[in-house]
Design a protein around this ligand. Structure first.
Ligand code: NAD
Length: 516
């Protein structure tokens, strides 16, 4: 179940550890805050860098620079903005391998998976290049005699993007291409666990010709987040992360009069009807449950098996787990494993704790990933793929998000029992149904209380021209990420009623409410 990696655990660890700092005014800005946090290589467990944690002076400087950038950029013509976006897309496409390797070094996911997240982000860049069509207003000639009514969509100003560790490239790219296309300036606050991807992106924007200050990277922790939330200059917040923080962001930003979209956690169920092809289901459950070590907000974490298929399905999933190769996501001698480590040792221990809870609550641990280690990488934050069966739905291991390579099987007797379980959960991010019955699938898409649904598709992340977002505790606010929602979120509309006076149609004095 593991591949042997002979690279010493300490290799790559910089004894004179570099500091990853901010990107302000079109250049790297060394931090003077005196505050830092460690950035690990999760495969080795070594601290490979320190990331700066902004103080209030740096936060103010970043936001002021973004405001200046906005004042320049928002006056660029549509054609000039489009030229920069196309240049950025070309640079990203030609150099994405560099970014994939940066992601793997700090996040731990395998390089091909890092490439997958870049490609999904690049889709949004490509959508954004078509922005002139998506931000143009409407025109109604002669709405009343001699009166025309039309609308304009204008940028908001400085907008904040706060992202989680699990998609350091893709999640910011859900927002900034559209925000920038629409004429805004963006301040990205990356996760302090993998801060380098955003710095690489900032350099790319510079090379693409984006004016200084339009794309800013503010490294930091709660202080930086609160700085964005409380700044009167920042007009909107786009947040992705865990549910308690999403709720805090939503409440604080709303109270401060900002637009806010705050995407939270998930617990995605796969409902397997007895007529489904169980080999297909087992393949997809393993891909969606253990890909990126389960650290995906659209990962499948619960398989709801409608009897009598559970015994067969558990056997098929177990067989597949036995063949998975776990190791350094960067690969060894050109061979890439299937799954890398978790983000930190603290997170690995939390995942392990949930398996303890499930077991204590009566679940069967069919495949146990606790205590897993990779030869040559004993200090890496690895956790083996874990399969739990008969998980009680009262257990915290069922009701809470685990965010690791732990797949729970829950056995149900009917479609309705499975549907009720999905609909009674706190989250509503993604779900999937596996069946060959079109009527059942159609009923499911109508009845399930979840924002993104897969029909024989395990990770139904919508393409860029549809929008991404869950229901219930998975999304606070009424605006999803990217697609048409994205363009609406990052623009403000004006409606203009216009009459060019001519003496023949001028109605004279009339204090009544204007009518048609
Ligand atoms: P997190 O909530 O810990 O952190 C997200 C961001 O919030 C980071 O930039 C972090 O620095 C900041 N933050 C953390 N604590 C804060 C606090 N007390 N005050 C202010 N800011 C704070 O999330 P994470 O662990 O980085 O990411 C994993 C979570 O993100 C999971 O719950 C996952 O489901 C969720 N996620 C959701 C989606 C989605 O689309 N719904 C997508 C990706 C990840």
């Amino acid at each position: 179940m593991s591949i042997t990696d002979t690279t010493p655990a300490s290799a790559g660890a910089d004894t004179d550890v570099r500091v990853i700092s901010h990107w302000i005014d079109g250049a790297e800005r060394p931090s003077t805050s005196g505050r830092t946090a460690p950035v690990y290589n999760p495969a080795t467990g070594a601290v490979q860098a320190q990331v700066a944690l902004a103080d209030q002076a740096e936060i103010d400087e970043a936001i002021a620079s973004a405001q200046r950038g906005y004042e320049v950029w928002s006056r660029f013509s549509i054609a000039k903005r489009q030229t920069v976006l196309f240049a950025f897309r070309e640079l990203l496409n030609s150099r994405k391998q560099e970014l994939a390797e940066i992601i793997t070094a700090e996040h731990g996911k395998v390089v091909s998976d890092a490439m997958g997240e870049i490609l999904r982000g690049q889709e949004v860049v490509e959508l954004a290049t078509g922005f002139p069509h998506l931000i143009k207003g409407a025109f109604s000639e002669n709405a009343s005699t001699g009166v025309d009514v039309y609308s304009l969509k204008q940028p908001l100003g400085v907008v904040g993007v706060i992202s989680p560790f699990n998609f350091p490239a893709m999640v910011p790219m859900w927002f900034f291409p559209i925000a920038i296309a629409a004429g805004n300036a963006v301040v990205v606050k990356p996760s302090e666990k993998d801060p380098s991807a955003s710095m690489w992106v900032a350099q790319l924007w510079k090379e693409a010709g984006l004016p200084d200050g339009v794309f800013t990277v503010l490294q930091g922790d709660k202080l930086a987040v609160d700085g964005l939330l409380n700044s009167p200059t920042v007009q909107s917040i786009s947040f992705v992360g865990s549910t308690p923080i999403a709720q805090y962001i939503y409440e604080t930003a709303s109270r401060n009069g900002k637009r806010v979209q705050a995407l939270g956690g998930a617990k995605n169920h796969m409902l397997v009807l007895p007529d489904a092809d169980l080999d297909l289901v087992a393949d997809q459950a393993v891909n969606a449950g253990y890909g990126a070590a389960g650290e995906r907000c659209m990962a499948i974490s619960v398989v709801l098996a409608v009897e009598p298929v559970a015994d067969d399905l558990v056997a098929k999933i177990s067989e597949r787990i036995a063949k998975l190769r776990i190791g350094n996501g960067a690969g060894v001698d050109g061979v890439e494993p299937d799954m890398g480590p978790l983000i930190t040792d603290v997170h690995r221990d939390k995942v392990s704790g949930y398996v303890d809870i499930a077991e204590a609550d009566g679940a069967t641990v069919v495949v146990d990933g606790r205590g897993f280690s990779v030869d040559g990488h004993e200090d890496g934050f690895f956790f083996g793929p874990t399969l739990l069966d008969n998980v009680p739905t009262t257990s915290r291991a069922y009701t809470e998000e685990i965010f690791g390579p732990v797949l729970s099987v829950v056995r149900v007797e009917t479609y309705d029992e499975g549907l009720d379980l999905i609909n009674s959960g706190q989250f509503g991010n993604g779900t999937a149904i596996f069946t060959n019955d079109g009527g059942a699938a159609r009923r499911f898409q109508n009845e399930v209380q979840v924002g993104m649904i897969g029909i024989n598709v395990p990770i139904p992340v919508p393409v860029a021209y549809h929008s991404f977002g869950g229901w219930k505790q998975s999304l606070f606010g009424d605006s999803k990420a990217y697609g048409v929602h994205g363009f609406d979120f990052f623009t403000r509309e004006k409606a203009i009623t216009s009459r060019w006076l001519d003496p023949a149609t001028h109605g004279g004095i009339n204090l009544g409410f204007p009518q048609n």
